[in-house]
Write a protein that binds this ligand. Structure first.
Ligand code: SF4
Length: 323
């Protein structure tokens, strides 16, 4: 079964510092990232700020061009597309950003904002734009009276509903949610997460859910990929990741999540030490300066990618291929 989206060895570096005399350094924001998202599923992409997770989202959306790697979406390599072909392929992909305040144009009415993807893609015009916007707003629990109002007249949670209505209006197969609830109160957060799930059951689209917050990611994801300093260090089905985390960084992240039942609390190492700079990545395993379980080889040898069980992969010297 071909995945909806398959990302292979994606790389992106940014030049930082330096002057006309040289001395430029390279920040490896995304380093050989591979992942897949199946139709109708949610993959959570979790990591601290600066881990590169948002850059991965922007590369998939082609808001940024990758240095190398493939992004195969519905069987087509997006990195080879340009112009109208790219616009057409992108029509099946949408995004909801973290900050609804800045991602919704304050000068546009909600009706124009929500129907914009249809207009850009030439999927509707005239009064059909307004009708489709109204039905998309109804899907997220907002009435037709919202069509002629402006984003500033709405609360943060309502603005994020408008962002979802805009994302879903053109019936995409895939939606990237980039920290969609981080700016919201906890109770509003839960409403938006539940709404996301309801909309997915109704329409069958897939999500890439990007967040620094494992609790939120757990709530919505079928599988989770953990990123650290530009690389994915572990991928697993959600329950497996929580029951049986294999990478010391995942264990540390889990240890920093409050656990409701103390009997389930594990004796896990807490994150210590500073996050190294992605400009000067440490040799060997990039987590070794902070890893409580580091082995002698971790400081010099790149760790292997090990498949522990179907769908459970880890990049760490602690594990051996189970063949
Ligand atoms: Fe820790 Fe070594 Fe595994 Fe890296 S490879 S996470 S340093 S044990």
């Amino acid at each position: 079964n071909e995945s909806l989206l398959r990302v292979q060895d994606l790389c992106k570096a940014f030049a930082v510092g330096g002057s006309f005399l040289g001395g430029k350094k390279w920040l490896r924001a995304v380093d050989k990232v591979s992942l897949h998202v199946d139709r109708g599923e949610t993959l959570g992409l979790v990591g601290e700020s600066g881990s590169g997770k948002t850059t991965v989202g922007n590369l998939i959306l082609r808001l940024l061009s990758p240095d190398s790697g493939a992004i195969v979406f519905e069987g087509v390599d997006m990195t080879r597309l340009a112009g109208s072909e790219l616009v057409k392929a992108r029509a099946r992909m949408q995004v909801v950003f973290q900050d609804p305040q800045s991602s919704l144009d304050p000068r546009m009415t909600v009706g124009s904002i929500v129907s914009l993807p249809l207009k850009i893609l030439g999927l509707a015009k005239g009064s059909a734009l307004r009708e489709r916007a109204a039905s998309s707003l109804a899907e997220v629990g907002l009435g037709p009276e919202c069509l002629d109002r402006y984003p500033h007249e709405f609360s943060g949670g309502q603005r994020q509903r408008i962002g979802l209505a805009r994302a879903l209006v053109a019936s995409p197969a895939f939606v990237i949610m980039d920290e969609p609830t981080s700016a919201l109160d906890v109770s509003v957060q839960a409403q938006i997460l539940n709404l996301m799930g309801d909309l997915q059951s109704r329409h069958g689209h897939a999500y890439l859910f990007i967040s620094h917050d494992l609790t939120v990611v757990r709530h919505v994801s079928h599988r989770i990929a953990v990123m650290y300093l530009g690389a994915i260090v572990e991928t697993a089905p959600t329950q497996t990741l929580f029951d049986n985390p294999a990478h010391p960084y995942t264990r540390a992240l889990l240890a920093s999540v409050p656990v409701p039942d103390p009997r389930n609390r594990r004796n896990l190492a807490l994150l210590t030490g500073d996050v190294p700079s992605p400009v000067d990545l440490p040799p060997g395993c990039r987590f070794h300066p902070r890893c409580p379980e580091a082995l002698p080889q971790c400081a010099s040898l790149d760790p292997p990618r090990v498949v522990l069980a179907p769908g459970h992969e880890v990049v760490c010297h602690l594990h051996q291929q189970n063949t």
